[in-house]
Design a binder for this molecule. Structure first.
Ligand code: ZN
Length: 173
């Protein structure tokens, strides 16, 4: 196995509801391993199984608040608590080049199973909270552009990218 193809908007799988995982077997482990590889290669912050054409409640979120960053594997995840609010830019590996402004909670607590079927809880803040919400939405067939307050136009995207580059250069100096 290895890298999987990330399907893009227009593919009907992305709008379908994913089914719960009931078998915590070698096949699930292989899916998770492939998804990790695919996510890292695509340089994303999260990936949901429907994005690789598998309609199961499985997703990955990269926790960027820790050093080193950690890839969290979530099976059958549910948001059990949410708090606060943040409005910021969001994108998706299945909608390349598209950015929107999306309102999300500032903090969420997620309950999920790991690859062995054990339940755990995990809290996320800021970008990680945004990522949890975005990936869990994928499992309901919801793409970020349908919950965005607005979609940025191409010039805005270009301007923001240029600003970000400047900021990064500033940090390096
Ligand atoms: Zn996405």
């Amino acid at each position: 196995m290895g890298l999987r193809n990330i399907i893009k908007k227009g593919d009907p799988s992305l709008l379908k509801k994913s089914r719960e995982v009931t078998n915590f077997d070698a096949r699930l482990a292989a899916l998770l391993d492939d998804m990790r590889e695919t996510l890292l290669q695509a340089n994303g912050l999260g990936l949901a199984a429907p994005q690789v054409g598998v309609l199961r409640r499985v997703c990955l979120v990269i926790e960027t608040n820790t050093d080193p960053e950690e890839i969290i594997e979530l099976i059958n995840p549910v948001i059990v608590e949410s708090e606060g609010e943040q409005t910021d830019r969001e994108g998706c590996l299945s909608l390349p080049g598209v950015w929107g402004i999306v309102k999300r909670p500032m903090r969420v607590k997620v309950a999920a199973q790991d690859r062995n079927g054990n339940w755990f809880e995990r809290e996320g803040e800021g970008l990680t909270a945004r990522c949890f919400c975005h990936e869990i939405d994928h499992l309901s067939g919801v793409l970020f552009d349908s919950v965005a307050e607005r979609i940025l136009d191409p010039e805005e995207v270009e301007r923001l990218a240029a600003e970000e580059e400047e900021e990064m250069n500033g940090e390096a100096e």
